[in-house]
Design a protein around this ligand. Structure first.
Ligand code: CP
Ligand code: NVA
Length: 307
């Protein structure tokens, strides 16, 4: 039997696989824009397990699977036996006998790894405390759509070195771009994550203006991620100088783009003059979650298809 492929971290796929996925995404997106049905996943079922809130991930996976001809079951932890302490290994064994593919949004990354270990079908990471690969899949596709290849470019991350930041770091190595990270003291990249990346791709700054200097893309995220809510007040003070405003965008290249995975807090990590301004591509970024994840599900379930 062929080994089941999962998508748990960005580094699970090679550059060549990403090039393939982006080519498929373009094809799928064009057909979708022309209202031409494409239903290769007829009779396939996606189960989604949410242990945290979601808007974009839920809608993009659900709409995407329906558009590909399949169906979707959405499970919120609190409504299932998981919420009453059923072991994740048992849940994985049961669910994956009934459906063809599973997307999970959860807390510690180790939970999704355990789920995948007991799964008979592909598992997709829809966000863990440590990683958010589907987000960066859509973000890099969006960058390429707007500006062409991201290789050799500079991406500046301003703020919390969180799950989205870790995933950008993995992407920097695969796509060979420079990744600048500026976080306040006490919230820097964890050394063990930084160390596993070649320094040629990663540069760490204390000053966000320096990190943004000369960047081709400036990106940020909320100061407090899901699961860390009790730190909100403290973080608001510590991160006060890490707001992406017009001055920071002016330090980047004149044609720099701004991205944010959303949801955003205007007046905290980003000013509305930036996120609602001409350099922002956040709505394309959100839309591309749909198209890239359709290509991802097609690849995990059907393998490579000739365009
Ligand atoms: N960016 C993102 O994953 O959004 P949701 O939390 O709304 O799914
Ligand atoms: N870092 C954020 C991303 C939300 C899409 C969080 O984990 O809450």
């Amino acid at each position: 039997m062929q080994e089941v492929r999962h998508y748990l971290q960005f580094k699970d796929f090679t550059r060549e696989e990403y090039e393939y996925l982006f080519a498929r995404t373009r094809w799928i997106k064009e057909r979708f824009k022309r209202y031409e049905p494409y239903r290769p996943l007829n009779d396939r079922t996606l189960a989604m397990v949410f242990e945290k809130h979601s808007t974009r991930t839920r809608v993009s996976f659900e709409a995407g699977m329906n558009q590909l001809g399949g169906s979707v079951i959405t499970l919120m932890t609190r409504d299932t036996q998981l919420g009453r302490g059923e072991p994740i290994e048992d849940v994985a064994r049961v669910i994956t006998r009934m459906v063809d593919i599973v997307m999970i949004r959860t807390f510690e990354h180790e939970i999704i790894e355990r789920f995948a270990e007991y799964s008979r079908v592909p598992i997709i990471n829809g966000l863990t405390d440590e990683y958010h690969p589907c987000q960066i899949l859509g973000d890099i596709f969006s960058y390429i759509e707007h500006r062409g290849s991201i290789s050799g470019k500079t991406v500046a991350w301003i703020g919390d070195s969180n799950n989205v930041c870790h995933t950008w770091m993995q992407a920097a190595k695969i796509f060979d771009f420079n990744f600048h990270v500026a976080s306040p003291p006490g919230y820097e990249l964890e050394p063990e994550r930084g160390e596993s990346y070649e320094s040629v791709h990663l540069e760490v700054f204390n000053d966000p203006m320096e990190a943004a200097h000369g960047a081709d893309l400036v990106t940020t995220d909320v100061w407090t991620s899901m699961g860390f809510e009790e730190e909100t007040n403290e973080r608001k003070q510590v991160f006060a100088d890490f707001c992406v405003d017009a001055e920071m965008m002016a330090a980047a290249k004149p044609d720099a783009l701004f991205m944010h995975c959303l949801p955003a807090h205007r007046g905290e990590e980003v000013e509305s003059e930036v996120i609602d301004g001409p350099q922002s591509v956040v709505w394309d970024e959100a839309e591309n979650r749909l198209h890239t994840q359709k290509a991802l599900m097609e690849y995990l379930l059907l393998g490579k298809i000739k365009n």
